[in-house]
Design a binder for this molecule. Structure first.
Ligand SMILES: *Cc1c(COP(=O)(O)O)cnc(C)c1O
Length: 407
């Protein structure tokens, strides 16, 4: 049994995480160095705009972007990014968001890039115009979206093009950026979970993205409530102006020049659309520390460690009745290798759904990956497991398939 946690003290069963960095079970294990940094951040005050200017430097450094900003999640980075693309440095438009009368407010997206997370773009006032089809599934050889469809949808009402970076997304980001830039429109990329590899910190900026959103609370292992917005300095400045607490006397309003160009704004903005998404000094400092460490980390060694754990788990599960495992390669589709477990319901006496449901009712609960349940499979992701927890997870999976034998 894994040791008791603070959650048991609160009367809440804790979760053994065998499914990777999923927000609904707490994301990731924040780095101890980031926790310590947060504790120290709590001891004194700081002007948040100064701290964001420092964050901008570090983010620019590790991503190759002109500037950066810390939001309270990748979702919030997307919302701020959309607000920046819509309002620019127009303080009137900033004050009106999410009402967008008089300014371009459409965000063009390939239809197959739509996800629940694009609600963040709409929350800023954007109207999403999606293009393309699902015709690929007709088996005719056609693609989901043609570059000309994106080009065709861009007009004088377009504020941005949005792109979700995943192994299955097309056309290539660089091609989409060329189309958008030819028409004077910025591209916002959702790359929330696309780290590691470390090179992805800069890959999407290099491909031409104007703004890129990353989660701070996934593999970076910063605070759960952080996200990174990296990109063009003018857009980051607009995001800052719509996010920072702006109640200020104009005579003494001197935001850091590197972050907000007060002259261009021509006045102190009101509390903006980003104000309900505030980031505290502790989270900001925690993210900075975590990002520094992430950028220095040896990810190949880490993937090797995950792969080794995955192999041990797979070998143990293969010995159980009705289970057959394979290990996914470490490729672009997933940041960590995973064990795919196929359940032969006749031999196991239970279905994959029974196993996954049963594991969630354990104490501590065990969460495995449930995306492939319709195919009779579940997955075990090694990246958020300790060796002890992996042993516990395997043992409880065994208990599910051998449940029939219990009195
Ligand atoms: C996790 C995720 C998000 C949200 O990230 P948060 O940091 O939790 O706000 C957005 N988009 C995609 C594709 C994600 O995987």
């Amino acid at each position: 049994m894994p040791p008791e946690t603070i959650y048991e003290e609160l009367g809440v069963p804790h979760v053994v995480n065998a499914t990777g960095t999923k927000t609904r079970i707490g994301g990731s294990r924040i780095r101890p160095e980031a926790v310590e940094a947060m504790r120290r951040a709590s001891e004194a005050f700081v002007r948040l705009s100064d701290l964001q200017a420092r964050a901008s430097e570090l983010i620019a450094d590790v991503t190759g972007a002109e500037a950066g900003y810390v939001a309270c999640g990748a979702s919030s980075a997307l919302a701020l990014g959309a607000a920046a693309c819509i309002a620019g440095d127009d303080v009137g438009a900033m004050a009106r968001l999410p009402e967008t009368e008089g300014v371009p407010d459409e965000i063009v997206m390939p239809r197959t890039h739509r996800t629940g997370y694009d609600h963040a773009l709409r929350a800023a006032g954007a109207r999403i115009v999606d293009v393309g089809t699902n015709d690929r599934h007709l088996g005719t050889g056609s693609r989901n979206v043609e570059p000309w469809e994106i080009a065709d949808a861009i007009d004088e009402d377009t504020a941005a093009v949005a792109y979700v970076e995943k192994a299955y997304t097309e056309p290539p980001l660089a091609a989409v950026c060329d189309i958008a830039h030819d028409r004077g429109v910025p591209v916002i990329v959702d790359a929330a979970a696309e780290l590691p590899p470390t090179r992805n910190l800069s890959a999407f900026v290099e491909a031409g993205a104007d703004l890129v959103a990353f989660s701070g609370g996934k593999a970076i292992r910063g605070p759960q409530t952080t996200g990174i917005l990296a990109g063009r300095a003018d857009l980051v400045a607009s995001a800052a102006a719509q996010h920072l607490d702006m109640h200020a006397a104009e005579q003494v309003w001197e935001p850091p020049r590197e972050l907000v160009d007060a002259d261009r704004l021509g006045g102190v903005p009101r509390q903006g659309i980003g104000r309900p998404m505030k980031v505290g000094k502790e989270e900001l400092v925690g993210l900075l520390r975590a990002l520094e460490l992430f950028a220095e980390e040896d990810h190949e060694a880490l993937v090797e460690e995950w792969l080794e754990r995955a192999r041990r788990i797979a070998a143990d599960l293969d010995a159980l009745p009705g289970l057959e495992t394979s290990i996914t390669a470490d490729d672009k589709t997933a940041v960590a290798p995973e064990v795919v477990v196929a359940v032969d319901a006749d031999a196991a006496g239970v279905s994959a759904t029974d196993v996954v449901g049963g594991l969630r009712r354990e104490e501590p609960r065990v969460f495995v990956g449930a995306d492939a349940l319709p195919a009779g499979e579940f997955t075990v992701n090694p990246m958020c497991l300790t060796d002890d927890e992996a042993t516990y997870a395997v043992e409880r999976i065994g208990a599910q398939v051998e449940r029939e034998d219990e009195p």
